[in-house]
Design a protein around this ligand. Sequence first.
Ligand SMILES: Nc1ncnc2c1ncn2[C@@H]1O[C@H](COP(=O)(O)OP(=O)(O)O)[C@@H](O)[C@H]1O
Ligand SMILES: [Mg+2]
Length: 118
Amino acid sequence: MDEPAATLTMMTTPLTIPAVRVTNVTRAYTVNNEQVLALRGVNLTVEEGAFIALMGRSGSGKTALLNMIGGLDQPTSGEVALYGQVLNGMNQDQLTLLRREKIGFIFQSFALLPLLSA
Ligand SMILES: Nc1ncnc2c1ncn2[C@@H]1O[C@H](COP(=O)(O)OP(=O)(O)O)[C@@H](O)[C@H]1O
Ligand SMILES: [Mg+2]
């Protein structure tokens, strides 16, 4: 008697796209004709729903990195992606859409509009 073979498919690796993926990001600033390397080969993956804290002494590059992830600044080299969408090379209109739909950013000095309630 022919019995159908049971099939069982298991995913051992989740096929989720990380909310944030930073790959080999470097950021150099030019100050008084000198190169200041704020970020040197940073790699970071953040899954959706994760709560993380980025810690480091003053001047270690926290703000520089967050500015890249928030689409406010571009890396000198390396790549930043939000939900698989690579930010490098996006024009201002594309970045504006991305900031509207994918990422929120609260500054240390909030920059809230006092006449609005939220
Ligand atoms: N716009 C800029 N122009 C020149 N140098 C900068 C600029 N932004 C940051 N840096 C330099 O990059 C380094 C990292 O700064 P930052 O990201 O602000 O550090 P953190 O937020 O961890 O205190 C520091 O040496 C800082 O002086
Ligand atoms: Mg800072």
